[in-house]
Design a binder for this molecule. Structure first.
Ligand code: CP3
Length: 337
């Protein structure tokens, strides 16, 4: 299908010359949508659900049916890679991801690269199904090798960082060998998503902020290897938290950033990079008058920016009312029609 609008892709190249702000939302599909919950309730296991390409397509399209969005994001998860490398993951309600094995419990944990790509085929099938049914650009995504390593280390969402820091000091060689393996699989994963139709790739470095002076060595270097392996015409977006962007900009070929809520977009918008994110999803709890004012403020501030994309600093959560999201987005798009 040909693209109905490409303002999102234009902005990624810092070439959006229209007074229209491109919009998409982190976790635009997910548990805040009743139509998602309806499908989700048919599966006890999240992975069982996302391994069905037709279902992934349907879940990807749900927010596009509701809201005026300028990009779709493949419905899947960053933890597909550990799963495909032989460490199954379960999502336990109230606890998040729980891995069958972890490096902190088992220092001999092996990742299996052979056949990993084959096991990820469901993501590529979903990608091409989605691509053939949308008329906005499609975002493919992956976790950064470091972020995946952090989940593999803890076997669940990270907690006590002393233990991890100790491991990094004592087992530097093992850490790099895990990161290298994850990087190689991630490169293949990203290339196959592009082959299947992804127009750009977002790399989620959600746990980069756990690293201080070792950030470049353990996270950015591997992200850069992935970025360098992708063809030039496919934009890469880096999701980064904890105000890391200033330490990164000069050390990476990546030109597009998704900021979390800790930073302030306005301090970066005049740089020659594309900026998205930063909007706090908790703002959607405001009343309609306030939502309208916020939409107007966003429009007035950024309507003439060639390098701005409206997005959130973190994902939409189940407590958010989709009607409020819809109201905000309809206000924002009323300024740009
Ligand atoms: O619409 C979209 O944005 C696409 C889907 C998407 C999911 N996960 C689906 C999902 C995306 C882009 C992700 C990214 C992701 N997953 C990240 C990076 C972004 C970030 O938040 O930092 C991370 C760290 C994960 C790992 C992950 N997956 C966790 C910690 C959890 C459990 C807690 C939670 O936030 O729900 C998941 C599960 C998950 N991934 C759900 C969804 C819709 C909920 C699972 C369910 O329905 O039971």
């Amino acid at each position: 299908m040909t693209l109905k609008n490409k303002i999102f892709l234009d902005a990624l190249k810092r070439e959006n010359h229209q007074e229209k702000i491109p919009v998409w939302l982190l976790r635009q599909a997910g548990r805040y949508l009743p139509e998602y919950m309806k499908i989700r309730s048919q599966y006890s296991d999240f992975f069982q659900m996302i391994k069905k390409p037709e279902i992934c397509k349907e879940l990807t399209l749900q927010p596009l049916h509701r809201f005026p969005l300028d990009a779709a994001i493949t419905f899947t998860d960053i933890l597909t890679i550990p799963d495909a490398m032989g460490v199954p993951v379960e999502f336990i309600s109230g606890k998040g991801p729980v891995f069958a094995d972890s490096i902190c419990k088992n220092e001999e944990l092996r990742l299996n690269s052979d056949g990993a790509l084959k096991k990820l085929e469901y993501v590529f099938e979903a990608t091409s199904l989605i691509k053939s049914s949308i008329d906005v650009p499609l975002i493919g995504f992956t976790g950064s090798p470091w972020t995946l390593f952090v989940y593999l280390y803890y076997g669940e969402s990270p907690k006590n960082h002393d233990e991890l820091n100790n491991y990094l000091k004592l087992k530097s060689h093992n850490t790099h060998s895990y990161l290298e393996q994850l990087t190689e699989t991630t490169k293949d994963y990203v290339h196959a998503q592009i082959e299947a139709g992804a127009d750009c790739i977002q790399i989620f470095d959600s746990w980069g902020g756990l690293l201080d002076e070792k950030y470049q060595e353990l996270s950015l270097n591997y992200i850069n290897q992935i970025a360098a392996s992708v063809q030039d015409d496919i934009p890469i977006i880096l999701y980064t938290r904890d105000k890391l962007i200033d330490n990164i900009i000069d050390l990476t070929p990546i030109k597009c950033f998704n900021l979390d809520t800790s930073d302030n977009i306005d301090t970066h918008i005049s740089k020659s990079i594309t900026i998205q994110g930063n909007f706090n999803p908790q703002n959607f709890h405001a009343d309609e008058d306030e939502l309208k004012k916020m939409a107007e403020l966003v429009y007035m501030k950024y309507k003439n920016k060639e390098n701005y994309i409206f997005n959130l600093g973190s994902g939409l959560t189940p407590d958010i009312n989709p009607e409020k999201v819809g109201y905000f987005l309809s206000q924002l798009s009323s300024f740009r029609s």
